[in-house]
Design a protein around this ligand. Sequence first.
Ligand SMILES: [Cu+2]
Length: 162
Amino acid sequence: MNFARFAVAGALALAVSCAALAASAHGFKVGSLQIGHPWSRATPAGAKVGGGYLSIENKGTAPDRLVAVSVPFAARAEIHEMAVKDGIMTMRPLDNGIEIAPGQKVEFKPGGYHIMFMDLKEPLKMGEMMKGTLTFEKAGTVDVEFKVDSIAAKGDDAHKGH
Ligand SMILES: [Cu+2]
């Protein structure tokens, strides 16, 4: 009986993760820039900050630069870099944004580059699509949607290939 219950739960979990996977394959395009799978993590109630992740691929012949991000659900969004320096995890805002060279694909992911949503106006809930706008130096602005994943999502397995 316990096994049966476990099997049902397992099948449900599998169905949910497959649905999430199918829904998560989304992308956006502006000029020669390809933006892959913007996503975020659910935040606990009362949290003031959240993180945004995505990939940007430059399929053009000239460099471009992500200079700003804005979202309606937070007071502001900053472009951050996280790195381990002398054994200490540090995070710093990149005031000049990030350059994407021709042919380069820049990945924003937990533990590396990320977008930091500051002063959240509402908690990020799993399964929701949160609107945002990216501004590039040359390509201009593009509206994207951040898919909110689970609070523990790491982004390296489920999102491979998007
Ligand atoms: Cu940060």
